[in-house]
Design a protein around this ligand. Structure first.
Ligand SMILES: Cc1cc2nc3c(=O)[nH]c(=O)nc-3n(C[C@H](O)[C@H](O)[C@H](O)COP(=O)(O)O)c2cc1C
Length: 377
């Protein structure tokens, strides 16, 4: 992150930080209201890295753990929440993807996608899947499954939560957090009546939360989003993208964030479900080279450069979420072969070696270095 131009403001309405005693943890109004001991959300990381163990460890350590439930069927969502609730009484979040409307691919698009991926599938002797038969998870049933388990927080990406859903969740006292990548999206989310907004800077690992899947990426750095929005948005802002250490956290809080959301920094912790070849790639070099791409899912996402990113023809993609299902067999075969060539290696731009300790140790070290010095109480 580039914090060089950061002005040191005199007041921090959303980030009233204080040293909360023995552990020297930071607090903000947002985090204390939620019952957290530090203003940190450990990001939802659907597709493997988010495990019950990571969520429980994060929440027990005083942060807000998040279940990445987007790819789970309703019954699996309930089961995962139940397992988490059995192991912690602390608050945690459940995260879903707002459905992306798409036009089903034409026969010509399907044939082109099959042709362009043939050479990759041949390497693993895979029979190509039939994109005409893919079925999407039913969002309404996923949502009902979440509500039936009443988690403290429901967070989501890819758009606003429809009004009836929002009212239903609010009735149950569930805190709602949406995701924005631009000022326009943040203002729309605020209008919709949410409790907080995650601002996702261009630095962030994983899917870009852009509402329109085909729109160009606004590519706005996190600090710019915070600067532009801290006066315009009246609900708490959560800063996401490239936050790796205490200096990054302090800078985000100083710029007006009420909390931070960190994903990449937790990918190599012992509790994360990150696969072996993915972990090796993350740990191989401290200056991980990332870029955004649509080739894995049809939506833009940031990950470490690998062979599939380089060699897959970006003109032969199916729409999200069809492309995501279409490339799943390649990811599975790649992982099984111990290769990172075809994996979606989601990762942010933050540099430095990743911690391989437990999530609790990482959280303790992030927040135990005393109060956030330059911030007035
Ligand atoms: C492996 C991985 C998976 C992710 N999956 C999700 C997800 O399921 N839902 C979501 O809202 N954000 C997801 N994200 C994005 C995070 O919420 C967050 O924006 C991002 O991790 C912040 O940037 P950082 O990785 O540089 O910390 C994911 C990020 C990563 C690295």
């Amino acid at each position: 992150m580039d914090f060089d131009e950061l002005p040191i403001p005199l007041a921090f309405p959303r980030a009233k930080c204080q040293d909360s005693g023995a552990m020297g943890l930071l607090q903000s109004e947002f985090s204390s209201t939620l019952g957290l001991q530090c203003p940190l959300i450990v990001a939802p990381m659907a597709g493997g890295p988010s495990t019950v163990e990571l969520v429980v460890a994060s929440s027990e350590a005083g942060a807000l753990g998040s279940i990445g439930a987007a790819y789970l069927a309703p019954a699996a969502i309930k089961e995962t929440i139940a397992q988490t609730q059995a192991r912690t009484r602390k608050p945690f979040a459940v995260n879903l993807f707002i459905p992306t409307p798409f036009t089903p691919p034409t026969e010509a698009q399907i044939q082109q996608a099959l042709a362009k991926t043939k050479k990759f599938r041949d390497e693993f002797h895979l029979t190509p899947p039939d994109p005409r038969r893919f079925v999407e998870e039913d969002f309404d049933r996923q949502f009902e499954a979440v509500l039936s388990m009443k988690p403290a927080v429901l967070s989501f990406v890819f758009g606003p939560l429809p009004r009836p859903h929002l009212l239903e969740a609010k009735k149950l006292g569930i805190t709602l957090i949406g995701t924005a990548t631009s000022p326009e999206e943040a203002l729309e989310l605020q209008e919709s009546g949410l409790d907080a907004i995650t601002l996702q800077g261009i630095e962030a690992g994983g899917h870009r939360g852009i509402f329109d899947p085909l729109a160009p990426d606004p590519e706005i750095p996190l600090m710019e989003l915070l600067r532009e929005l801290k006066a315009k948005i009246k609900i708490p802002l959560i800063a996401a993208g490239g936050i790796m250490n205490r200096a990054d956290i302090d800078a985000a809080l100083r710029a007006g964030a009420a909390a931070v959301q960190m994903g990449t920094a937790f990918l190599a912790t012992t509790e994360a479900g990150t696969s072996g070849p993915y972990r090796r790639k993350l740990l191989e070099r401290p200056d991980r080279e990332t870029r955004t791409t649509r080739v894995f899912s049809g939506r833009l996402a940031r990950g470490i450069r690998n062979r599939f990113m380089e060699e897959m023809d970006p003109r032969a993609l199916l729409p999200f979420p069809v492309q995501n299902q279409f490339t799943r067999d390649l990811r599975g075969a790649s992982a099984q072969a111990g290769s990172a060539d075809f994996l979606s290696l989601w990762c942010g731009t933050g540099k430095g070696p990743l911690r391989e300790s437990s999530a609790a140790e990482l959280i303790r070290d992030l927040f135990a270095e005393g109060p956030c010095a330059p911030i007035p109480l």
